[in-house]
Design a protein around this ligand. Structure first.
Ligand code: GLN
Length: 483
């Protein structure tokens, strides 16, 4: 049963082949057996899951239907969940039980999805390897010595290992697409504003966006449908109609114009990955797509701009964790300043502290114009590059990452080398565009992802292209040995 996709589960439940309760029990047992190898969960909510599964079975018995009704999922541990620990993988929030559900959590629960628990992640979503978690690193099921990517690494490892069919993630600079690529999954970062950020603990508010991680584009369509939509509680949520993503997967790719930016194939890209990306381009050409070389001339400035803007916003967002209102508080403070200092020094790990320092520096008087303002100008130039490109093409295609998954610990002494792994993903966040990563092959037994980017609110187009590609390739069906 653990091999079933969300789409297959929906059919199985509708045909009464099994109940949600049976499925949930099977997956919980599988998690108990296999997750000790992976460390993909921070908290399991068995009782709640069984309650939700029984309720979903009862709703089906009463004649209700729906693709998510009774479907097991899990949430990245930065979505607030009522009465359940929401830790952001930080010691700071180790004791925090959210007093409400995030909109994404509430919407999926209302659609009947069964939440098995909260998945591991990089602390406060800062990272690309899931090594910065207070609860320990997550392992890649394709090779347990390697990272699964991050920051949604727990969601990715769990889905890739068939512990569950799909999970939520968030993507500030690549944290859905990059772990999807490194674990052979399909992952989608929607347009900024498509999915509510209410109740999603903020890293960099102008870049953060939640989305689905699953094995197929078909399943991403199902999960995204349950997550997307206007939310008056999020002031950056956009009141744009949500199309029926599943109904629109079968469009023909005949004449689809795919732009391939030369900057996506520059120095630093593993040549074996480049070859796999060219193979996927050929595959899409066979399906009728037309390839056009394009250029995104300001792409080289994206990493420096992102690593000013994201830490700047993080330093502001994380100022609320001060040991006074909630979160970790140090023992026996001497005075208020000591309380702030020690609570934050003890509660935040080294990567989070590094980002807070960089962000506070970039925002400080005297440096604001030199760093933050310049970075915002670059952000606009990058957006303009995309707008110009999308006048000529319908989709942009390239690699998701320059390298396959690296060994756990390999980049610990050099944070910048990990930052460089985001080179192809962060431009979409800076511009607010939707992006998807899907399986494109293997290098040394490790998965490789191909990335697709589309104009604002064209998630449906991304899912359509990915689904057609997956009907004609089988990379996404491969599963890691031992799982
Ligand atoms: N790796 C990037 C960072 O560390 C992106 C993380 C994310 O998307 N949450 O900021």
């Amino acid at each position: 049963m653990h091999q079933l996709t969300l789409a297959e589960i929906a059919r199985g439940l509708a045909d009464k082949k099994f109940s949600s309760e049976e499925l949930t029990k099977t997956l919980l047992a599988r998690i108990a057996q296999l997750d000790p190898q992976l460390n993909s969960f921070i908290t399991l909510t068995e009782d709640l899951a069984l309650e939700q599964a029984k309720a979903a079975d009862a709703r089906r018995a009463n004649g209700e239907s729906g693709a998510l009704l009774g479907a097991p999922i899990a949430h990245k541990d930065l979505f607030c969940t009522l009465g359940v620990r929401t830790s952001c993988a930080s010691k700071m929030l180790d004791n925090f039980k959210a007093p409400y559900d995030a909109t994404v959590v509430a919407k999926l629960a209302a659609a009947g999805a069964v939440s098995l628990g909260k998945t591991n992640m990089d602390e406060f979503a800062m990272g690309s390897a899931n090594e910065s978690s207070y609860y320990g690193a997550v392992k890649n099921p394709w090779n347990l010595d390697h990272v699964p990517g991050g920051s949604s690494g727990g969601s990715a490892a769990a889905v890739a290992a068939r512990l569950l069919p799909a999970a939520t993630g968030t993507d500030t600079g690549g944290s859905i697409r990059q772990p999807a690529a490194l674990t052979n999954l399909t992952g989608l970062k929607p347009t900024y504003g498509r999915v509510s950020r209410w109740g999603m603990i903020a890293y960099a508010s102008s870049l953060d966006q939640a989305g689905p991680l699953a094995r197929t584009a078909e399943d991403c369509a199902i999960l995204l449908q349950g997550m997307a939509g206007f939310d008056p509680q999020d002031s950056t949520s956009i009141d744009e109609p949500v199309p029926d993503f599943s109904a629109n997967l079968n469009g023909s790719l005949k004449g689809l114009r795919i732009g391939v930016p030369k900057e996506f194939f520059s120095e630093g890209l593993d040549t074996r990955i480049a070859e796999l990306i060219h193979n996927s381009i050929k595959e899409l050409e066979k399906l009728g797509a037309v390839i056009k070389p394009i250029s995104l001339p300001n792409m080289q400035h994206a990493i420096p701009a992102y690593y000013v803007i994201a830490p700047a916003e993080a330093s502001s967002n994380l100022s609320r964790f001060d040991g006074v209102r909630f979160g970790h508080r140090c023992e026996k403070p001497k005075d208020l300043t000591d309380l702030y200092k020690r609570s934050r020094a003890e509660g935040f790990g080294p990567e989070v502290q590094r980002r807070i320092l960089v962000g506070a520096y970039a925002l400080s008087a005297g440096y604001y114009d030199a760093y933050y303002l310049q970075a915002q100008k670059i952000r606009r130039l990058i957006k303009n590059d995309f707008m110009a490109a999308f006048n000529e093409v319908d989709i942009i295609l390239g690699p998701t990452t320059p390298n396959p998954a690296w060994k756990i610990g390999a980049k610990n002494s050099d944070p910048v080398s990990a930052y460089l792994e985001d080179v192809y993903t962060i431009t979409a966040n800076l511009a607010g565009l939707p992006g998807l990563s899907m399986p494109a092959g293997f290098v040394d037994g490790l998965p490789v992802g191909v990335q697709l980017l589309a104009p604002y609110f064209q998630e449906g187009r991304l899912l359509n292209v990915a689904h057609q590609y997956q009907l004609n390739t089988d990379w996404h069906t491969r599963s890691p040995a031992g799982f």
